[in-house]
Design a protein around this ligand. Structure first.
Ligand code: GLU
Length: 548
């Protein structure tokens, strides 16, 4: 067989050689040990937690080693492409503060190793494909869907392995003239790799997460180019990560199954393989069973879920880091204030099997992260979120920024800051009583407080309240108020014999709290009343008393 003639027959328009292409992609000049990583999403418009999970590892590995983190758009499947998807990808990574050093931009490229959209690289893949054909390592296959189905049926009957390989690879050695005849007849073909692999033999491979393993060689004649001349993932991965100088491929562990194909293709091309970091699948507990997060069942898989709910970027990243590196939580405890990029990310600390994604833990992390923010930071984040998702609330917050910041300051700072905001979408409910427009009190008093006592407490306090009181004086006054209805003011004594009193000072202050804030749980009441101002506070006490 004259493979050169076959190559020219299949790719008449390709006159570039691998050497021409290699010349366009010189080796990167980087400091010793610098890692080059990439994010390679398909532009389907759906960005999920897994994308972010991998990207955090990519970004850390690159940037903490003085390397490069770049974006490549894997748009080989045109059917799944959604308009605007690249914008979404860029927006997400900018929101999550994972800056790309190079790669695809909204309308072009930034960097010397492009183009960074795979469909624009067709000629590059075809140049290497032609070169493989010339060496007899790839060949055209004209199998129709029906023929492939028939092969599969026979394999099932004979209980043989499925696929296109060995004796089943019917187009492997098609005579040149027949190939030409089919091309002239306009029959579409895919280009397949001629595998010499034998699954009885094993290849040794070391993954930076999973460790060293032995995998069976690939014997399938995988498709390199589809009938439109666009590569499959396997071929594009090998060509692109070679040319673009990727040193570390971080990708989901679902790719491990096809790794023998990649090993084989790198060898056929004569290229050094990058290092691989196969990340564990994100799982969740569902009725006590661990299962993969699913696009259909779990809204929390989609990244826009976190944006709509108003999870802060720092919290999501922080939580994903706890899943990515087993020593992250300890580091955080020892360094509560340190910026994330001071943590030494290490592939050795990555989990080998399914990472359990737990929303409750994320909520805890989120509460902690927000509790460490200053009131100004909270104000900025909250208004940014509200501007997009709740403009009316945003307008309320921005009406009097000093007032909004003052309410956000309550309980902030100090050793034990309040942890009452988990997500920005929850802040409105929590802050509602500070805004008359949103105030819808639930006047439920402690059970053992009689209506008569509550009414007296609320009425008397209207004349007793002095906005000039500091916290201590304020509480003394509440004690005096409590005593006036015969409530215990010494909690220790009260606890010894609760039946001896109709109530205690905590009940009295709860009655006031419910009237002023409309709920049983609020930040420091003395401060709340100061912010609301005496007129509004007293009016609320009066209205509540009236309802009793
Ligand atoms: N386009 C592939 C995906 O979205 C990329 C996998 C990889 O990072 O190599 O799954």
């Amino acid at each position: 067989m004259d493979y050169s003639a076959l190559a020219d027959l299949l790719f008449p328009g390709i006159d570039t050689t691998p050497a021409d292409i290699e010349a366009r992609y010189p080796a990167r000049v980087l400091p010793e040990g610098a890692k080059v990583t990439r994010m390679a999403p398909s532009p389907t418009g759906f960005m999920h937690l897994g994308n972010l999970f991998g990207a955090i590892a990519d970004e850390r590995l690159a940037h903490q080693s003085g390397g490069v983190f770049y974006l490549r758009i894997e748009d080989t499947d045109q059917k799944r492409e959604v308009p605007g998807a690249v914008e979404t990808i860029l927006q997400v990574f900018s929101d999550y503060e994972l800056p790309f050093d190079e790669g695809a931009t909204v309308d072009g490229d930034n960097g010397l190793y492009g183009p960074y959209r795979q469909r624009q690289r067709a000629q590059i893949y075809q140049t290497y494909a032609k070169w493989l054909v010339r060496q007899g390592k790839a060949y055209p296959c004209f199998c129709t869907e029906d023929e492939l189905a028939a092969i599969r049926e026979k394999q099932a009957e004979r209980k043989e392995n499925f696929g296109y390989y060995g004796k089943w690879a019917v187009y492997r050695d098609m005579p040149f003239d027949e190939v030409r005849g089919k091309l002239e007849a306009g029959e579409p073909f895919v280009l397949r790799f001629r595998s010499e692999g034998d699954p009885a033999r094993r290849v040794k491979f070391t993954d930076l997460v999973k460790g060293t393993m032995e995998l069976p060689e690939n014997d399938q004649d995988v498709v390199l180019l589809k009938s439109d001349g666009i590569p499959t993932y396997h071929f594009a991965h090998v060509v692109d990560d070679h040319l673009m100088g990727t040193t570390h491929v971080v990708r989901g562990e679902e790719w491990l199954a096809t790794l023998p194909i990649h090993i084989q293709l790198f060898a056929a091309m004569g290229w050094r393989m990058p290092k691989y970091v196969h990340t564990a699948q994100l799982m969740k507990l569902d009725n006590g069973n661990k299962r993969k997060l699913s696009k259909r069942k779990d809204p929390e898989l989609a990244l826009d879920f976190y944006q709509r709910q108003g999870y802060c970027v720092a919290a999501v990243k922080e939580y994903l880091l706890t899943l990515l590196n087993s020593n992250f939580e300890d580091w955080r405890l020892a360094n509560p204030e340190a910026p994330l990029d001071q943590f030494a990310f290490n592939t050795k600390k990555m989990g080998v099997s399914g990472a359990l994604f737990d929303m409750e833990k994320l909520d805890d992390v989120s509460k902690n992260v927000i509790s460490r923010m200053t009131a100004d930071e909270v104000y900025t984040h909250l208004t940014d979120w509200a501007r997009r998702y709740d403009p009316d609330f945003c307008a309320l917050l921005e009406r009097d920024p000093a007032y909004s910041k003052a309410i956000l300051s309550i309980g902030r700072g100090g050793k034990k800051p309040r942890k009452d905001i988990t997500v920005w979408s929850g802040a409105k409910e929590y802050l509602s009583f500070f805004f008359d427009e949103l105030f819808k009190p639930d006047l439920t008093y402690p059970e053992h407080v009689t209506a008569a006592d509550a009414k007296k407490l609320l009425t008397d306090y209207q004349t007793m309240y002095d906005p000039a009181d500091d916290g201590g004086t304020w509480f003394e006054r509440v004690k005096t108020l409590a005593e006036s209805v015969g409530y215990a003011t010494n909690m220790k004594e009260y606890k010894k014999d609760p039946a001896a009193w109709p109530g205690n000072v905590a009940d009295a202050s709860m009655v006031l709290r419910v009237a002023v804030t409309g709920r049983q749980n609020s930040p420091d009441l003395c401060e709340v009343m100061k912010l609301l101002g005496p007129a509004r506070s007293i009016e609320r006490l009066r209205l509540a008393a009236e309802k009793l």
